[in-house]
Design a protein around this ligand. Structure first.
Ligand SMILES: Nc1nc2c(ncn2[C@@H]2O[C@H](COP(=O)(O)OP(=O)(O)OP(=O)(O)O)[C@@H](O)[C@H]2O)c(=O)[nH]1
Ligand SMILES: [Mg+2]
Length: 230
């Protein structure tokens, strides 16, 4: 299975991220927004990324911008406690863009290196969600104009063809910079990433290989292809 093949490579990911870490205090931050449909694995991936960055000595702030359900904020809080990083949260139903604004302000004030933004996977309707994601992107580019922004689309490897539709839909709204392919620890091979690369030019950057905090790995195409034909 892919998980076994690449287990040792998480170190590579850590090293790479360590050199690209930027200092928000000088307005050159590094910010990650995770998007995707509900259940894809956004919150879990943020928990894993937080722990990874923290282990590199980075100061991380997580923005609880999925305000659609109170439980989403609580779930994220469990992860940030586990990872030992700061969280900025407002109440259920509050404006997600305002949460991100506050998280960026906190990051500047506290000299954080990295801001990770959780977002909602669903709202009352799709149009609302897309409008909200656009607003979030506007806040990020206004407040951190010099920052390197990674907008990662989280896709569940077990989704099949519908993942292409999801990638299409989210690309129409956001400047997606890469994909996190989750649940690759199961039987799913996630072959859908091939048409997504061909049709939309989006590459996988990270893979989720379980529900635990260290179950996040860099995407290594060679290992992926080998696992496809096992
Ligand atoms: N096996 C496995 N399960 C995963 C992985 N990533 C996430 N999950 C599980 O998938 C479920 C949904 O994950 P969440 O992180 O809550 O997904 P989300 O995208 O935040 O969902 P919403 O908040 O509803 O939009 C949880 O039960 C996670 O434990 C993975 O890489 N492997
Ligand atoms: Mg979530």
């Amino acid at each position: 299975m892919y998980a076994v093949e690449t287990r040792g490579l998480i170190k590579k990911y850590k090293t790479k991220a360590a050199v690209s870490g930027l200092d928000l205090a000088v307005n050159e931050g590094e910010i990650y927004a995770l998007l995707g449909v509900n259940g894809a694995g956004k919150t879990t991936t943020i928990g894993k990324m937080s722990a990874n960055f923290k282990a590199q000595g980075k100061k991380v702030i997580v923005a609880a911008a999925d305000t659609f359900r109170a439980a989403a904020i609580d779930q994220l809080n469990v992860w940030t406690d586990r990872a030992g990083v700061d969280i900025v949260k407002h109440g259920e139903g509050s404006d997600p863009a305002a949460v991100i604004f506050d998280a960026i302000s906190a990051a500047k004030a506290r000299g954080a290196d990295i801001v990770l933004c959780d977002t909602a996977g669903r709202l009352h309707n799709k149009k609302n969600l897309m409008e909200e994601l656009k607003k979030i992107a506007r806040v990020i580019s206004r407040e951190l104009p010099e920052a390197s922004v990674e907008t990662l689309l989280v896709l569940d490897a077990t989704t099949g063809q519908n993942a292409v539709n999801q990638a299409q839909l989210f690309s129409e709204t956001a400047d997606i910079t890469g994909i996190v392919l989750t649940k690759l620890d199961g039987t799913a091979k996630g072959g859908i990433i091939i048409p997504i690369k061909n049709e939309l030019g989006l590459s996988v950057k990270l893979v989720g290989v379980g529900e635990k905090i260290d179950d996040l790995q860099p995407f290594v195409p060679e290992d992926y292809v080998n696992a496809l034909f096992e």
